[in-house]
Write a protein that binds this ligand. Structure first.
Ligand SMILES: [Zn+2]
Length: 724
């Protein structure tokens, strides 16, 4: 089987609350699979047909079809695997590894649709299906990795002297299979395997419950603003969104601030009403922590215990050791060393930021001590005072659709991609739009890009990229299908949607993941695109963020929504000058989450009270009282909605070391549109997927290993030395 159900994940941004999904996968290309032939009455089993090598028939999706489709597809996949395991011929790369790459195509299609519903269309009826199917998919996964004759064949290929004759990509694929199977318990005895599978099924159920609890608190709880006076300080766009939200929550004539980051952060930044800021802040940071039916604390304790037990079964001291082994960092200790190196200067910067805010509050006669619900509000005031930069002055130049065009333009300049809107493919929601991606020079088809930008009930908050289909070439050319998802408030019909600078950065970040998928040029689907280790996968996406602030993009695409005038140079300079502003806050709220994540998973089998653990760990770290973790434990979807980012939230910092260092490669050249550097980036980073070791790929691109100095310069934590 290919990439397993449990390991395929959505690619998120650190700043957003979103989650991994349990999307099974075992690849899709073609011909008449048995299930497609045998059960044409269930459209989910059908091949994806039509142009662009086929796209999902979203118009035919029914939630009621999901369970039977998954069950049929799992059975089909197991039969395929059984044939490989029982092949009388001696194991070879072709009859074992390549053969596995061919299997599971139906399940791949079905579970991709299921994953899209889980993250963007999670209706109550779907949630019932998800609660039932998550453990079954986990059990299926174990049935594959615990198939002894199959593992023996993989092991034989991996250890065979013949392996040396394979291409480097084939050798890497053999290693990926072997390593995944071993790490999933293929070598355990029967009793241990049974227990492992029980643990995985229990965990799958708990992850689903955890996610659905957070979604419930984000949907069912909100702040109602009753009167005009409650709106003090809020810009018109926030008032409009709050009025629209009130209508959808059935409190017409009032205003509602939803309990999601995209609604809360702007409210906390602009509301003059300190009492309401505190109320909103408390609601938001207590998601999953309200001692009610949606409380996640007991679930976390259980998840951590099961993970600890599983790690021990697999022969690792802790879950963190197991998770990190297979990454660039290799050991938890190295992740902690990096985090601690950045932690101290970041905390020192926070103390300076708080002092600046306190001074400003005192000067205004506010007579307060800065509290966590004041941070965004006063930071914004300091930004205005010190850099003469008002976010509201920037926003009229940041139109979602113009910036999307800007991203397309960047993709053209860097990689020669051209985007053309498609009308002839179906979508799962009317808000979704689709583009074909082709090579600008040759016209060759590259892939299809789906864009789902707006918030709606049943959609996870945050932003992410998802691959519906991986690129591959080992039997026939199969182009990729990728999507970008966000949660912008839709705004008023017919008016351009204006977004914040942070949102614009997120847009470019997720587009970076999409370009990583679209650039893929490999033979085997398991190695395609973003199927790289977690602490490397954020590097291409974070790097893409840099193109937003290039003068080329700003002058052409950051144009005023009413006058069409490009953003004034002087405003661009003020944005640039303010780029290191508030880095103490940004770094500490992120790093505290990353450190708590790692320490929770280094604690071993000790029974953990999440609340006490969080409090004690933060106290030991010297967490500034004015900041709360970006994701408190009871709502930490990255970590508790699946294994994907568990003991892995550090990955954003690890990748950012590469990102900052790589950005300097462009600056050392002729700038961000340097063709030679862009070509090296494409050849050694964006196109290679997991066919090479990421450290080797990076070295080929940069000519040396990454250095941490660039990161410290980027965040303004080191004396600004010779950064060009
Ligand atoms: Zn990301």
């Amino acid at each position: 089987m290919r990439r397993s159900p449990m390991f395929a994940t959505l690619l998120l941004i650190a700043s957003c609350t979103s989650t991994t999904t349990t999307t099974p996968t075992v690849k899709t290309a073609e011909p008449s699979t048995t299930a497609a032939a045998a059960a044409p009455e269930n459209p989910l089993l059908a091949l994806w047909i039509g142009p662009y090598a086929g796209t999902p028939a979203f118009d035919k999706v029914k939630v009621a079809d999901m369970k039977p489709a998954i069950e049929i597809a799992m059975a089909e996949n197991l039969a395929e695997i059984d044939r490989i395991a029982k092949d009388p011929a001696a194991p070879t790369f072709a009859n074992t590894i390549a053969a596995l790459e061919r299997t599971g195509r139906t399940l791949d299609r079905v579970t991709n649709i299921y994953g899209i519903w889980s993250s963007t269309m999670s209706s109550p009826d779907f949630q019932v299906v998800e609660r039932e199917m998550a453990p079954k998919l986990a059990a299926f996964q174990d049935q594959v990795t615990q198939n002894e004759p199959l593992f023996k064949r993989i092991e034989a290929v991996y250890n065979s002297p013949e392996k040396a004759k394979l291409t480097p990509e084939e050798q890497r694929l053999a290693w990926v299979y072997y390593n995944n199977f071993v790490r999933s318990g293929a070598r355990l005895d029967a009793t241990a395997k049974t227990r492992l599978s029980e643990i995985n099924q229990k965990l799958a159920g708990l992850y689903t419950q955890f996610s659905q609890n957070v979604l419930a608190d984000e949907t069912d709880l909100y702040v109602v603003l009753d009167a005009e006076g409650d709106l003090a300080g809020l810009p018109q766009s926030i008032r409009d969104n709050a009025a629209a939200a009130a209508t959808s929550k059935n409190v017409p004539g009032k205003w509602v601030i939803a309990n999601t980051r995209s609604s809360m952060d702007p409210f906390l930044t602009y509301s003059d009403r300190r009492d309401l800021r505190e109320k909103a802040w408390r609601l938001f940071v207590n998601r999953g922590d309200n001692a009610d039916a949606h409380d996640n604390n007991a679930i976390i304790t259980e998840i951590l215990q099961l993970r600890a037990e599983r790690a021990q079964l697999l022969g690792y001291p802790t879950h963190a050791h197991w998770r990190v082994e297979n990454t660039m960092a290799k050991t938890p200790q190295r992740t902690i060393e990096l985090m601690e190196a950045v932690w101290k200067p970041a905390v020192a910067r926070v103390h300076e930021e708080v002092a600046d805010m306190q001074a400003l509050a005192n000067k205004e006669g506010a007579n307060i001590k800065i509290e966590p619900w004041d941070y965004r509000y006063y930071a914004e005031k300091v930004r205005k005072a010190r850099y003469d930069l008002d976010q509201n002055e920037v926003k009229p130049y940041l139109q979602l659709e113009k910036l999307r065009e800007g991203m397309f333009w960047v993709a053209g300049e860097l990689f020669g991609f051209k985007f053309t809107p498609l009308k002839d493919v179906t979508v799962y929601h009317p808000d979704v739009r689709v583009w074909e991606v082709t090579d600008r020079d040759t016209g060759r088809h590259i892939g299809v890009w789906y864009f789902d930008p707006y918030a709606r009930p049943g959609k996870r908050s945050g932003a992410w990229m998802n691959a519906y289909r991986s690129q591959e070439r080992f039997e026939r050319d199969v182009p990729t299908i990728v999507s970008n998802n966000a949660n912008f408030s839709k705004g008023k019909e017919g008016e351009p949607l204006l977004i914040s600078w942070d949102d614009a950065r997120t847009l470019f970040h997720e587009f970076g993941h999409a370009l990583h998928g679209l650039s893929s040029n490999v033979n085997y689907p398991s190695l395609a695109g973003t199927a790289v280790v977690r602490d490397y996968v954020e590097f291409p996406s974070q790097l893409l963020e840099h193109w937003l602030s290039t003068p080329e993009v700003l002058q052409k695409f950051a144009v005023h929504y009413q006058t069409g005038a490009p953003i004034p140079q002087n405003l661009v300079e003020r944005i640039e000058r303010a780029s290191k502003f508030n880095q103490g806050f940004i770094t500490v709220e992120y790093l505290s989450s990353a450190l708590v994540d790692m320490k929770l998973h280094l604690a071993g089998s000790k029974k953990i009270d999440p609340d006490a653990f969080e409090r004690e760990t933060l106290a030991e770290l010297g967490m500034p009282a004015e900041i709360v973790m970006r994701h408190r434990t009871p709502q930490f979807l990255h970590v508790f909605s699946g294994d994907g980012y568990s003991a892995g939230y550090y990955s954003y910092l690890w990748s950012d070391v590469l990102t900052a260092d790589a950005a300097e490669a462009f600056r050392e050249g002729t700038g961000f549109y340097d063709r030679d550097v862009a070509k090296r980036l494409r050849d050694h980073v964006f196109s290679v997927g997991n066919t090479v070791d990421p450290a080797d790929g990076y070295r080929e691109f940069r000519g040396r290993d990454p250095k941490i100095d660039a990161l410290m310069r980027k965040r303004g934590f080191a004396p600004a030395t010779a950064s060009k």
